[in-house]
Design a protein around this ligand. Structure first.
Ligand SMILES: CC(C)(COP(=O)(O)OP(=O)(O)OC[C@H]1O[C@@H](n2cnc3c(N)ncnc32)[C@H](O)[C@@H]1OP(=O)(O)O)[C@@H](O)C(=O)NCCC(=O)NCCS
Length: 212
């Protein structure tokens, strides 16, 4: 098959990205960091080592790793060598013009059932996991991960490196004042964010409070 895509990672997230590739008519080629990761690989499908990557430099790549800081490190390490593309499950849906906005980014993954409406600004290397919703006029920085089933209401601003946990909700901001989640902040699973969140923090609960 000529239509192949390289996927960094060998964990569950990488295999889920592989499923998105298959659903999109692409054959995944997984990339293990080193021999130890290769030995732990117990899944079918071609897998190569990072040190062999130059031989595959003609493929498009995505990074199937949920941890934002690791995704960022890989993106920066291979920025000049590889072409990072987006990977969008065929069942993801978009408001008018929004798919084009996403396709103008690089390195993002959109899983099955995700819905992004309209007027949304997106950075690079974001992960929109299964069944997330992102409503109108949100602004997402780079290296953001929206975990399965999380909902961002309208006018939410997630700064670079945020991770919104599974099933969490971020309530809406307004046109004048977005609801802001600061850089590298984690919102725990099931949380409901009703106020702005500081940077480099962990929030959890309903309503969400800073716990770290
Ligand atoms: C919030 C979170 C990041 C905290 O992880 P942590 O830093 O390891 O924190 P701990 O497990 O030490 O828990 C700290 C406290 O927060 C509480 N807590 C942890 N997660 C919570 C959550 N989601 N909601 C409410 N309270 C939570 C713990 O009970 C503990 O309370 P205590 O101090 O009274 O005992 C983590 O629990 C979480 O929710 N991660 C997201 C998981 C997810 O969405 N996965 C999807 C993968 S794609």
């Amino acid at each position: 098959m000529n239509n192949r895509i390289g996927i960094f990672g060998t964990s569950g997230m990488a295999r889920e990205a592989g499923d998105i590739a298959w659903a999109s008519g692409l054959e995944p080629v997984y990339v293990a960091r080193d021999e130890s990761e290769l030995q732990a690989w117990n899944f079918s499908g071609p897998v190569i080592l990072e040190k062999e990557i130059e031989r595959y430099a003609d493929l498009p790549f995505v990074i199937g790793i949920g941890e934002n800081s690791i995704r960022k490190a890989i993106a920066e390490r291979f920025r000049d060598l590889l072409r990072f593309s987006n990977l969008i499950h065929p069942s993801a849906t978009f408001g008018r013009g929004q798919r084009e906005v996403l396709e103008a980014c690089k390195g993002s993954i959109v899983a099955a059932g995700a819905r992004l409406t309209s007027g949304i600004v997106i950075g690079d290397f974001c992960l929109f996991n299964q069944n997330v919703t992102v409503a109108h006029d949100c602004v997402l920085g780079s290296y953001v991960h929206v975990a399965p089933g999380a909902n961002l209401s309208g006018n939410v601003h997630l700064k670079d490196g945020c991770w919104v946990g599974a099933g969490a909700v971020v309530n809406q901001g307004s046109n004048k004042e977005k609801r802001v989640v600061g850089e590298n902040t984690v919102v725990g699973s099931g949380a409901v964010v009703i106020e702005d969140c500081e940077a480099d923090a962990v929030y959890a609960g309903v309503p969400a409070k800073r716990i770290k």
